[in-house]
Design a protein around this ligand. Structure first.
Ligand code: ADP
Length: 338
């Protein structure tokens, strides 16, 4: 669906002094598959918005190549680009609705621009409003809606011309946690039912964990880590990624290390995924290998729909190597921390 190669983007006038030039994107290469939900996470100023806007050429890169839905966007003329953009929907943090138009008129807007026959517009708008849970709300004005409802209108408008790709610019950052969840559930449902590829930018790992298949971590215009969400979330490598995960989990690695300094024995981190997460494995392993263990830290949750668990345990006595082998045999990933 998307193939980016070595994308560079700098801001600044052609003759500006070097210190006035900002490198927003510094050699980005990544690909997004059809039907995939792809997250881009990074701190403020990392280059997320610039990258998202490059994907529909709202922002033209200085160099690099860009293929979206089989087309080389950089080689298109204006008319071809307008038509290509009908296959790329976009939603925004602050919804960007027209306040003087009704909900139905907002959703109809891209259809009018695409010159849809008038008699087809109203049925299409009704179908879209029903799909986002706003049937019978078409007559209202944006000011009469809650934040979550406004974003639903934004989504219906973005889907109007039947895009294959939806770009989400911090789409839930202005919403409370419960509404965020409902909007993310709706996006996941659209991804499943329409096979719609979604690229979202966010500064919250929780958003990534809830709906993304893969994620790229952006820092100072570069991709510092990229991979399947389960791998990146459970085994973050880069310091920036680790901080995002710790923020989401509300843990502080330094505090934990300080606490563990006084605990005797070997420290292991065990990662369970899938149905294994709920099996009574540790007791069995302890009995068979004769180890004793104390649980120092643990988390059990879901990544998209897959349950996972991660435990840090202190192990004393018994056959440690035997215990490790038994755990590995049962599909548990074991890391020796100390
Ligand atoms: P993010 O979305 O991760 O916060 P942005 O893509 O908005 O990051 O910005 C990346 C960098 O580019 C920042 O240093 C920002 O100040 C700069 N930047 C973004 N847009 C412009 C612009 N139109 N003119 C000048 N600098 C910009």
């Amino acid at each position: 669906m998307i193939e980016l190669q070595d994308i560079h983007k700098r801001y600044g006038k052609p003759n500006s002094a070097p210190e006035q030039v900002v490198t927003a994107l510094d050699g980005i290469s990544l690909s997004v598959k059809a039907g995939e939900v792809f997250g881009i996470i990074g701190h403020s100023g990392a280059g997320k918005s610039t990258l998202l806007r490059v994907l529909n050429l709202l922002e033209r890169p200085d160099s690099g190549s860009l293929r979206v839905a089989g087309q080389d966007l950089l080689s298109l003329n204006d008319a071809q680009l307008r038509s290509a953009r009908q296959r790329i929907g976009m939603i925004f943090q602050h919804f960007n609705l027209l306040g003087s138009r009704t909900v139905a008129e907002n959703v109809a807007w891209p259809l009018r621009i695409a010159n849809w026959p008038t008699e087809q517009i109203a049925p299409r708008v009704n179908e879209l409003l029903a799909r986002v849970g706003l049937a019978d709300q078409g007559h209202k004005y944006p000011a009469q809606l809650s934040g979550g409802q406004k974003q639903r209108v934004g989504i219906a408008r973005a889907l109007a011309t039947g895009p294959e790709l939806l770009l989400c610019d911090e789409a839930t950052s202005a919403l409370d946690p419960q509404t965020t969840r409902a909007i993310l559930d709706l996006l996941a449902q659209l991804n499943r039912e329409l096979g719609l590829a979604i690229v979202l930018i966010t500064h919250e790992m929780d958003v990534v964990r809830r709906i993304c298949d893969r994620v790229a971590v952006l820092e100072a215009g570069k991709v510092v880590e990229i991979g399947a969400v389960a791998e990146v979330f459970l085994h973050p490598q880069h310091v920036v990624t680790r901080r995002f995960v710790q923020e989401a989990e509300k843990i502080d690695e330094n505090d934990l290390n300080e606490d563990y300094a006084h605990v005797p024995g070997r420290l292991l981190r065990l990662t369970f995924q899938g149905e294994r997460t709920y099996e009574p494995l540790l007791g069995e392993v302890a009995r068979r290998s004769g180890i004793d263990f104390g649980i120092l830290h643990g988390r059990i949750d879901r990544i998209k729909s897959t349950p996972y668990g991660q435990l840090t345990i202190a192990v004393t006595g018994g056959d440690l190597a035997g215990a490790q082998a038994l755990l590995a045999e049962r599909g548990v990933r074991v890391e020796v921390l100390r």
